[in-house]
Write a protein of this length. Structure first.
Length: 150
């Protein structure tokens, strides 16, 4: 990946719907050269998904919470089953294994407190979960999946 590929990826992370002509103007190359490079970046897996980013409120999920989960024990099979359940849950936007007091961090959205409570009750029913702590998001200042390419 050269500097032109990185420049294109920076532009596409900001707005993936840009035309090849517009991208060409930003990186100083012809639109046909840009279109070829973008196709190659997709084919090679540098671009893994193209999605629309919705506001939580517009999607009917005004409640956002960060949940820190501590596991009872570190048994690979049980932990993997829990992670599979969490990742498959549509309310879970982010699931990370972390080091420290907690083992898993989740970013969860919910339509209301009843929906959120149902999610946490299901979490508590998992025998591998020792405990969890929740922080509710008051205001989102930044949300991105963009990767710095410098």
């Amino acid at each position: 990946m050269d500097h032109l590929d990185r420049a294109l990826l920076v532009c596409l992370q900001q707005d993936n719907l840009q035309t090849a002509d517009r991208l060409a103007g930003q990186v100083g190359r012809s639109s046909s050269a840009v279109a070829r490079r973008v196709r190659r970046l997709r084919a090679e897996g540098a671009i893994v998904a193209e999605t629309a980013v919705l506001s939580d409120a517009a999607a009917g999920h005004p409640l956002t919470a960060v949940i820190h989960v501590q596991l009872e024990r570190h048994v690979a099979h049980e932990g993997n089953l829990l992670r599979q359940r969490l990742v498959a849950h549509p309310q879970v936007q982010l699931c990370l294994d972390v080091a420290g007091t907690f083992d898993i961090v989740l970013l969860v959205v919910a339509a209301n407190m009843d929906v959120f409570n149902a999610f946490t009750l299901a979490l508590l029913e998992q025998p591998i979960v020792r405990r969890f702590e929740t922080s509710f998001v008051k205001k989102r200042h930044k949300a991105t999946l963009a990767v710095p390419l410098g």
